[in-house]
Design a protein around this ligand. Structure first.
Ligand code: BV8
Ligand code: ZN
Length: 274
């Protein structure tokens, strides 16, 4: 069975056929026409892509961020304060939840789209769901994690980093190399993004014919500058999000819907339009 039919089978098994309203259908058709012209595509991904896998988003109507605690728990200053333990327990709790979440049809469909052309995926998400979908389908697209990964652990002093989901960060473990405090390998507010991931993402944005904006509120910088750069260099912006965002007015095509429902449809229509 071809990889493509494997993807369709996997998506079929997860997706109830949902009837999309005519506006959404028309937007999907326009987007599919664009994607079927073999464009260079930069995809900027936010927590909305993992929402249908049960991962809470940060903002938007169902977001956790407006809860002041979350903005405190994602800032480097909190790690450096006497609230480190509370912060690390929150992160450890999120790390433990990783083993019980699965990729949703949006992840599989995005890997399917990336299989069909020149795609660079730049994600703000710190989960492993895109990689899990890629591994299951046997195709790994170029993925850059702008905000790191919950699977990674890093020493805040010497930078030694490794992957060990068994390690409980809630007990404030120390680095074996230098004795410094270990922390999740994510990027907090007030910290720089990984240089190479950001550079590759911005480079791809400059070269892109299309920028797919999937499930992001477009409020966190510099990640939110990726679509802005793509637009400046002439790309067509296509947003998929059930809600209006800071990037909606910049977008040329807005598909108001959930990525788990829209992306499988977009993949199917793009293949048909080829
Ligand atoms: C930095 C940690 C230099 C990991 C996170 C320029 C202008 C203004 C401010 C700044 C700027 N430059 C820098 C800043 C400061 C700051 C910033 O951006 N502040 C903003 C908020 C005002 N940025 C930084 O500090 C960054 N660092 O710039 O370095 C520097 C150095 C020193 C001092 C200063 C600067 C670091 C940013 C990294 C922050 N890390 N998290 C973790 O625990 O996860 S942020 C957090 O927000 C997550 O990483 C998350 O990914 C990210 C972005 O959120 P989204 O992914 O967009 O998710 P959100 O919840 O917001 O939206 C979800 C969307 O999904 C919604 O639109 C919703 O409608 C939609 N949705 C829901 N369901 C679905 C769906 N969509 C599709 N389908 C569905 N089913
Ligand atoms: Zn160390």
């Amino acid at each position: 069975m071809s990889l493509f039919s494997k993807i369709k089978r996997r998506i079929q098994s997860l997706t109830e056929a949902s009837d999309l309203n005519p506006m959404v259908n028309a937007a999907i058709r326009r987007a599919a026409d664009k994607l079927s012209e073999d464009p260079k595509v930069i995809v900027t991904v936010g927590s909305g892509l993992s929402a249908e896998s049960g991962v809470p988003t940060f903002r938007g109507p169902d977001g956790i961020f407006y809860n002041a605690t979350i903005s405190r728990l994602t800032h480097v200053d909190t790690f450096l304060s006497d609230q480190r333990e509370e912060m690390m327990r929150w992160y450890q709790d999120r790390r433990e939840k990783l083993s019980s979440i699965e990729p949703n049809p949006g992840h599989f469909a995005l890997v399917g789209l990336a299989m069909t052309g020149d795609y660079t995926i730049s994600t703000q998400n710190v989960d492993h769901l895109l990689e899990a979908a890629s591994d299951e389908l046997g195709f790994r697209p170029e993925i850059h994690h702008l905000h790191g990964s919950l699977l990674q652990v890093r020493c805040h002093e010497c930078g030694a980093s490794f992957e060990d989901l068994r390690l409980d960060l809630g007990v404030l473990p120390a680095c074996a190399q230098c004795g410094g405090p270990l922390r999740p390998g994510v990027v907090w507010f007030g910290e720089n993004l990984p240089e190479e991931a950001l550079e590759r993402s911005l480079h791809a944005a400059k070269e892109a014919d299309v920028c797919l904006i999937l499930g992001t509120s477009g409020l966190v910088y510099p990640a939110a500058s990726i679509p802005e750069v793509a637009k400046k260099f002439g790309a067509t912006l296509i947003e998929v999000n059930p809600n209006h965002t800071a990037l909606s007015d910049l977008s040329d095509i807005v598909i108001r819907g959930k990525t788990g429902e829209i992306l499988p449809e977009l993949l199917r229509r793009t293949e048909e339009a080829r």
